[in-house]
Design a protein around this ligand. Structure first.
Ligand code: 3PG
Length: 215
């Protein structure tokens, strides 16, 4: 899958809703009800981070939930890409980008949302054909103001910022023309998951799904 094809697929994912939940799943039993709760609230695109032992099994369980579009986050190595694809992930997200990671996504046909923070990193990915990027860690890297500024010289690149974004500041990002959606963990709080309070998660998702966006 070429970088341009990967970005076209990533664009479709990013257009599904204003927020992509970033999920850290500690208990496999949470995977399916969590996905159901988020989809019911209007957030179909879900990023499961490969940071816990059950993450790949969680992707498998969530991929079976009707309406869910499940991707794998925290892809760092070619082995992560292969495992994510085998588990049923339909897109991938990485905090940065390495040649080996990009090659693996091309080889395994996994549309990647690669991370970039500086103008040179953005330009390097654009040169390869990627025009839909993750911006991480967003708040610590200049936030919405940085992305607004980079949109002047490089308007053809669109972003999904993540890191430090919540309901209080998501609107600052989503009002920018070069921001398709934002990623965040706030819609799936650890305590609500631990309690099995799926209704609370659906309510947070519904609030996030209503956020207006400019892009
Ligand atoms: C991450 O990869 O951890 C995401 O950027 C989520 O960040 P958040 O927990 O600040 O929403």
């Amino acid at each position: 899958m070429t970088p341009a094809e990967q970005s076209a697929a990533a664009l479709s994912v990013c257009r599904l809703a204003p927020v992509v939940p970033v999920l850290v799943i500690e208990d496999l039993a949470h995977a399916a009800p969590l996905a159901q709760a988020l989809v019911a609230g209007g957030l179909p695109a879900l990023e499961v981070t490969l940071r816990t032992p059950c993450a790949l099994d969680a992707i498998r369980a969530m991929a079976a939930v009707p309406g869910g579009v499940v991707g794998a986050g925290t892809l760092l190595t070619p082995a992560d890409v292969k495992a994510a694809k085998a588990a049923g992930a339909t897109f991938g997200v990485s905090p940065g980008a390495t040649e080996r990671l990009l090659d693996a996504c091309a080889e395994h046909d996994l549309p990647l949302l690669p991370g970039a923070v500086t103008a040179s990193e953005i330009m390097a990915l654009l040169e390869k054909g990627y025009n839909v990027l993750k911006f991480f860690p967003a708040e610590q890297s200049g936030g919405a103001a940085f992305l607004k500024s980079i949109g002047s010289p490089i308007p053809q690149v669109k972003f999904c910022p993540t890191g430090g974004i919540g309901i209080r500041n998501a609107g600052d990002y989503l009002s920018q023309k070069n921001i398709l959606c934002v990623g965040g963990s706030w819609v799936a709080p650890k305590d609500a998951m631990a309690r099995g309070d799926w209704a609370a998660i659906t309510a947070l998702a519904a609030e996030a799904a209503k956020l207006p966006r400019a892009a």
